[in-house]
Design a protein around this ligand. Structure first.
Ligand code: AMP
Ligand code: GLY
Length: 438
């Protein structure tokens, strides 16, 4: 692979996922200077230099100019919004017309996540196993449809809704209400105007993330995510309250099945449609008695899945991202530690509906001092007086690395115990039912 010794990198995004990516980038022997758009994240601010232009879709040309000025050769886009807005399509061109590498698909590829109706269509075209679903544009049609059904259906906003646009009701009356909230009351803005009504399926969930470089697929170790707010997977869906890696509920044969029945066919359909996808393809999978089925696609690292993945990564992250963005994944090998990682998310009071901000956070350094514990920042802010306060829904990701899932979990929760802020929400059962490996 043709890769420079020293590479200036721009990292876009300001959550715990991006803090983890910043840590991985900062560890790379190939890093020149790391620039970041979200210096208000105190974790990222410690590792990167800021961008002195606005990082907005409206004035993206200024970010392009910044990249040119700072000789940035690799742009890493963390979150779904800029991907869906096509930042990758713009940032991949230098002012002189030559190419700059971008890790993350362009707007067309990002539709796999940003438009669940499109994703369903792609899955059908590729014969990918998934829950049956129908798309609706009118609430009255949904109501009519659900009233005649005995089995309960899942209601999904087709657009981007920060992981909260999926309602898994217990009755169809509840489903009808959710559909009304989305389609008529604008619960998720434009994202919920069109909805997907999907067959409810059951089973263990796994997140299978793969790197795609336009030709090759490199499957990463499986993770498991805890999307519900409450203990025992109860309460509303969130962006994710915790994750662990590897997810041992899934065996090698099933991973291979997912690769051949899901990832390869989707990569083929993308190529057929001339969509040059270079980044992460994340398949949210349910392991049903009838085999693995896709619940959703994301086009980026999962948050919080990225935190345990990066914690376990032993390969050079820049080399890996460079290989993905340059179409050379066949020339690299990726190595993960044999250890396990567990990430526990600490969320603000009111999350996910109406998170409160401004609570003083203590104990992060004490947590960080524990062997095997890394604390990633998300919704935190460092005030001029030195106080760290909450500033968003998901506040911190406390990640433990250990020889077994049990040890990793113990370490993560030892870290959690050190940290306090008013109204802190934390699940105590992250990775709890993960089989213990020896
Ligand atoms: P998604 O954002 O599509 O992955 O959905 C969020 C969560 O809702 C998933 O992790 C599942 O727990 C649940 N879910 C989504 N689709 C279905 C389905 N068809 N049947 C049952 N549960 C689902
Ligand atoms: N953890 C789920 C997601 O990133 O969408």
């Amino acid at each position: 692979m043709n890769i420079p010794d020293s590479i200036n990198v721009l990292l876009i995004g300001g959550g715990a996922r991006e803090h983890a990516l910043a840590m991985g980038l900062a560890r790379s022997g190939r890093l020149g200077t790391l620039y970041a758009t979200h210096m208000e994240n105190p974790g990222i601010a410690k590792l990167a230099q800021g961008v002195d232009v606005p990082a907005t879709g409206k004035e993206l040309y200024r970010l392009v100019q910044f990249c040119d000025r700072k000789n940035i050769e690799l742009v890493v886009i963390g979150p779904e919004d800029p991907l869906a807005e096509g930042w990758g399509d713009t940032l991949c061109k230098k002012a002189d017309g030559s190419a700059r590498l971008v890790f993350g698909p362009g707007a067309k590829g990002a539709q796999l996540e940003a438009d669940k109706a499109y994703a369903k269509q792609m899955m059908r075209a590729a014969s990918v196993p998934t829950a049956e679903g129908r798309v609706f544009d009118h609430f009255s049609h949904v109501e009519e449809y659900l009233k005649t059904r005995d089995e309960v259906y899942v209601i999904k906003a087709t657009g981007l809704a920060k992981g909260k646009g999926v309602i898994v009701p217990t009755t169809n009356e509840e489903g009808i209400k959710a559909a009304r909230d989305m389609m008529e009351k604008g619960a998720f803005g434009g994202a919920g105007k069109r909805i997907l009504v999907e067959e409810k399926i059951a089973g263990t969930e796994v997140s299978v993330l793969a790197l795609l470089d336009g030709h090759n697929i490199l499957v990463l170790p499986p993770c498991q995510d805890h999307k519900r707010l409450g203990e025992g997977d109860t309460g509303p869906n969130t962006g994710g309250m915790g994750a662990f890696c590897p997810a041992q509920t899934i065996d090698d044969a099933t991973m291979q099945q997912i690769e051949s029945e899901v990832l390869v066919p989707i990569a083929d359909v993308l190529r057929r449609d001339e969509i040059d996808f270079r980044g992460v393809l994340y398949a949210g999978i349910m392991l049903t008695p009838a085999g693995p089925k896709v619940l959703e696609f994301n086009v980026r690292f999962g948050d919080p899945e990225c935190q345990p993945l990066i914690t376990r990564l032993e390969s050079d992250l820049i080399e890996l991202l460079w290989a993905t963005a340059s179409g050379s994944l066949d020339e690299v090998e990726v190595k993960f530690s044999s250890q396990a990682a567990v990430c526990v998310v600490l969320a603000s009071k009111g999350y996910p509906q109406a998170p409160e901000s401004g609570a003083v956070i203590t104990g992060v350094e004490e947590a960080q001092a524990i062997e095997g514990v890394t604390v990633f920042h998300a919704g935190t802010k460092l005030l001029d007086n030195g106080f760290l306060v909450t500033s968003g829904g998901r506040v911190l990701s406390v990640t433990g690395l250990g020889d077994t899932i049990e040890q990793a979990r113990e370490r993560a929760y030892q870290g959690v115990e050190k940290i306090h802020f008013e109204g802190m929400q934390v699940r105590t059962d992250i990775a709890h039912d993960a089989p213990v490996h020896s």
